[in-house]
Design a protein around this ligand. Structure first.
Ligand SMILES: NC(=O)c1ccc[n+]([C@@H]2O[C@H](COP(=O)([O-])OP(=O)(O)OC[C@H]3O[C@@H](n4cnc5c(N)ncnc54)[C@H](O)[C@@H]3O)[C@@H](O)[C@H]2O)c1
Ligand SMILES: O=P(O)(O)OC[C@@H](O)[C@@H](O)[C@H](O)[C@H](O)CO
Length: 481
């Protein structure tokens, strides 16, 4: 299908996206297409690492089918908001796009790992790619190219996402193209704050002029994004779309019917009327992002460990396992105590319904990637706050026990520097090493370590419990040690 054949207009290019994958197409591109002013907002989308999606989407003018997979049926929709697709390694094209004064917004879905941050949230200068990009930026930005793009060649361009973004923003500065909003749509707590600090840090090291311009002209927006969009078998889904609609779509996306988007921040050069498509703008994002990251993503992270330990491959089958669901519910009980003022009963019910969707094949092995960082960001903060409040944090302790069993069984990756075979016994020193890899303070908390040990023995080596130690929620009064 082409735009002309489908009689679909081409909205003007106003948004650049980096990290074109399944999620961007199920979420931001879909919200943009449904906005009341969709005819004024086209997206230029760059892949992150592979050229594959650009090669599939370019011949069909960026059009693709969004398959909304409900528990009972599929709904098919062609999404027209992506008007140009480029390979991410075409850095000159990316620089030129961001430097275009018509562009008002630069959005990202580059995965959590794509930010290349160290544990303290700053750019990981020990990462050789980050270090060499910084060196390249110092030289390129000092050279003073007229439009930035002539600073890079195919042989010497930044390889990291943030390196490319800074090169492109400097080109925009030099072109006098005006302010822009930078929006992270990745599953990171305070994603806008992290991004803002990371670009400011790198710019400060690379070019004082760019650092000053960023502070004045770039508004970094934080978001909480939600729509379960699993990796798919593209050929099988292509055949499914063809059978239902007649179109041989080379790049369909499968997602759930539910979608949520909460944003906080300024758009100095304008933005689509995303509210008309259901997005919400708030002053304080923190409760919404904590609810989503702790409860949905935290539960997924735990299910990836315990579900696979118990032989499940999919979220939908793990969540039907009484052991898995009790671990998730106990974690949510701890989360709920740290989310005062939110009515969580309907949210919890809707999460269970979404996880149970039998037609969404969400693989636990996909979710298990990079699980140490995810546990550190989604479960450890709640455990620490619960302990500070004088409670035992049993839901978090059991979730961490489940994660440790997953590491010991090799179904989730071990923390960097830890040999999974060396911690397979989960004896006291292995548990301590794993807790230390997550958080030193938690590892030093003897009562918490005891609760984790009790949960591990109750779960048993295969994750099959004789009983679960975590469900007596009336006994949460113990003081932290
Ligand atoms: N899929 C979901 O259900 C979902 C829901 C909410 C948020 N998200 C967020 O979106 C991100 C992407 O999810 P997706 O489903 O589109 O994945 P995907 O694998 O379909 O696409 C990921 C995109 O990120 C790029 N990328 C990967 N690693 C990178 C790196 N190191 N540097 C730069 N770019 C990199 C890839 O090239 C690709 O363009 C997730 O990591 C998450 O933060 C996803
Ligand atoms: O890699 P993660 O753990 O950040 O995310 C895996 C899934 O939990 C995630 O993609 C969810 O499906 C999504 O966040 C739902 O909105």
């Amino acid at each position: 299908m082409s735009r002309a054949a489908a009689h679909l207009p081409t909205p003007p290019e106003r948004i650049v996206h980096l990290g074109l994958g399944a999620f961007h197409r199920a979420h931001e591109a879909w919200y943009t297409a449904r906005a009341s002013d969709a005819d004024r907002w086209g997206i230029v989308a760059f892949t992150g690492r592979s050229r594959d999606l650009a090669e599939r989407l370019d011949p069909q003018d960026g059009l693709y089918t969004l398959v909304e997979r409900g528990a009972d049926a599929d709904r098919f929709e062609v999404v027209p908001s992506i008007v140009r697709v480029e390979a991410g390694d075409d850095v000159a094209a990316f620089v030129a796009a961001v430097a275009d004064p018509q562009i008002a917004i630069l959005t990202l879905t580059i995965t959590e790992a794509g930010y290349r941050l160290a544990a303290d949230g700053t750019p990981d200068l020990a990462d050789p790619d980050v270090a060499s990009d910084l060196e390249l930026l110092r030289v390129a930005l000092a050279a003073g190219p007229s439009d930035g793009s002539d600073a890079v060649t195919a042989n010497a361009a930044p390889v990291t996402a943030l390196g490319r973004i800074l090169l492109a923003l400097d080109a925009r500065r030099r072109a006098g193209a005006g302010p822009i909003a930078l929006v992270s749509c990745d599953n990171l707590p305070d994603n806008g704050g992290l991004l803002q600090r990371a670009v400011a840090d790198l710019a400060g090291r690379a070019s004082p002029d760019l650092a000053a311009w960023l502070a004045q002209s770039v508004s970094v927006v934080s978001t909480s994004v939600d729509r379960i969009t699993p990796a798919i078998d593209v050929d099988a889904e292509s055949a499914n779309v063809r059978e239902a609609t007649g179109w041989r779509d080379a790049a369909p996306v499968v997602t759930e019917p539910f979608a949520d988007w909460v944003l906080s921040g300024r758009f100095p050069a304008g933005r689509p009327d995303w509210e008309s498509a259901g997005a919400r703008f708030v002053d304080d994002l923190e409760p919404w992002e904590n609810r989503k990251l702790w409860m949905l993503n935290g539960a997924h992270t735990v299910l990836a460990a315990v579900g696979q330990t118990r032989g499940h491959a999919l979220v939908s089958s793990a969540i039907d396992d009484p052991v898995c669901i009790r671990i998730v519910e106990a974690l949510w009980d701890d989360d709920a105590r740290q989310l005062p003022g939110l009515d969580l009963a309907p949210y919890r019910a809707s999460l269970l319904e979404r996880f149970r969707n039998p037609r969404i094949e969400h693989r636990l092995a996909q979710i298990a990637q990079d699980s140490t960082t995810k546990v550190r960001l989604r479960i450890v903060p709640v455990a620490l706050d619960e302990r500070d409040a004088g409670r035992t944090a049993d839901g978090c302790a059991t979730a961490l026990a489940a994660w440790m069993l997953g590491v010991g069984r090799g179904v989730v990756p071990a923390p960097v520097g830890i040999d999974p075979t060396a911690v397979g016994s989960l004896d006291a020193s292995a548990r301590r090493a794993l807790l230390c890899a997550l958080d030193e303070r938690l590892a030093a908390d003897e009562l918490f370590a005891t609760r984790v040990a009790a949960a591990i023995s109750a779960l048993g080596a295969s994750g099959t419990p004789a009983s679960l130690p975590l469900l007596n929620h009336e006994t949460h009064g113990t003081s932290p040690t």
